[in-house]
Design a protein around this ligand. Structure first.
Ligand SMILES: [Zn+2]
Length: 321
């Protein structure tokens, strides 16, 4: 139950001075568990899976909140300072970056260092090879983004193989904090990588043979997914889900929908679906949910169940056999 607190009291007294010198061991809570914070849901999922029973995980982004523009309370900043481990993605949530800079937690895993992020423009360059003409305009929109993630597309977790790359570093960090759990963390990380690899293989097989490959989305969160499975994303609102598309952009997307025979415009649940739903109604096509898995609104859902629902929606919209 409490792996850190199995030592007899006398031994604990003898080793206490040593522990006091070790910053890593000094912040564990009274329950003997490692206390870890994730900055938003997909990182939380990795922490929970790798940490298992030995780790208590909280998220800085409340369930159901949209993570791009999360604002931290003073209590959350204090929790960051007290956490044994923080898993975050620098460049994605400015208030989290600011809080980490103020508090300097002992152990930080930065997904941005692990995920091999692409610039949003790199996704678009891939599209240009397919002969579509939306690319320059997409770049203009990214330049207008309130905080444009240094020009990088943050949504790496929608490619399961990129999310899998975080499991090992999280296991290593937890093992530094709680060496007794090292074998458990390693086994849990391996199991998570196996599940994500199987999900990737399922996506690749299901999307290998589709009548259409253009994916029209409200918020441009699916660039890594599109790259991985040979699809082409055309976003209405750009990387920032709150950005308002211009009338010119809406006309361009309408042209793509007509030219490519697109049957479905995707919207999402956390950001406002209205622009995508209105455009779909105007063009006489379907509107359907494609979830960027930035947060979970329903406790019965998790990363894997949402990824399966997304795959079902993609197969229908793209007429995959
Ligand atoms: Zn997003």
């Amino acid at each position: 139950m409490s792996p850190h607190h199995r030592r007899p009291a006398l031994l604990a007294a003898l080793v206490a001075p040593v522990l006091a010198l070790s910053a890593c061991a000094s912040t564990s809570g009274d329950d003997g568990k490692v206390h870890a914070l994730a900055s938003f849901y997909p990182l939380q999922m990795v922490l929970e899976e790798v940490g298992g029973d030995r780790v208590d995980v909280d998220s800085l982004t409340p369930p159901g909140a949209e993570p791009h523009d999360v604002e931290l309370s003073p209590a959350q900043v204090a929790a960051l300072d007290a956490a044994d481990l923080v898993v975050l993605q620098s460049g994605f949530q400015p208030s989290v970056d600011d809080a980490v800079a103020q508090t300097s937690p002992e152990h930080v895993v930065d997904a941005a260092d692990r995920a091999d992020l692409d610039s949003a423009a790199t996704h678009d360059d891939g599209h240009a090879e397919d002969g579509h003409s939306d690319d320059e305009h997409a770049d203009d929109e990214h330049a207008d983004d309130g905080h444009d993630h240094d020009g990088l597309d943050p949504h790496f977790w929608l490619d399961p193989t990129r999310l899998a790359a975080l499991a090992g570093p999280v296991a290593d960090a937890l093992s530094d904090i709680d060496p007794d759990g090292a074998a458990t963390y390693r086994a849990n990380a391996d199991a998570l990588v196996d599940r994500l690899t199987a999900l990737d293989e399922e996506y690749a097989a299901a999307l290998a043979s589709c009548e259409r490959r253009v994916l029209v989305t409200s918020h441009e969160a699916f660039g890594y997914l599109a790259d991985r499975y040979g699809l082409e994303q055309v976003g209405i609102s750009g990387i920032d889900p709150e950005a308002e598309p211009s009338p010119a952009r809406l006309r361009e997307v309408g042209d793509v929908v007509r030219d490519e025979g697109v049957t479905t415009i995707f919207f999402e649940t956390l950001a406002s679906p209205k622009v995508a739903q209105t455009l779909a109604a105007d063009l006489g096509v379907e509107a359907a949910v494609l979830d960027p898995i930035e947060g979970v609104t329903d406790d019965s859902q998790d990363y894997f169940s949402i990824a399966e629902a997304n795959l079902d929606a993609l197969r229908v919209a793209l007429s995959c056999s």
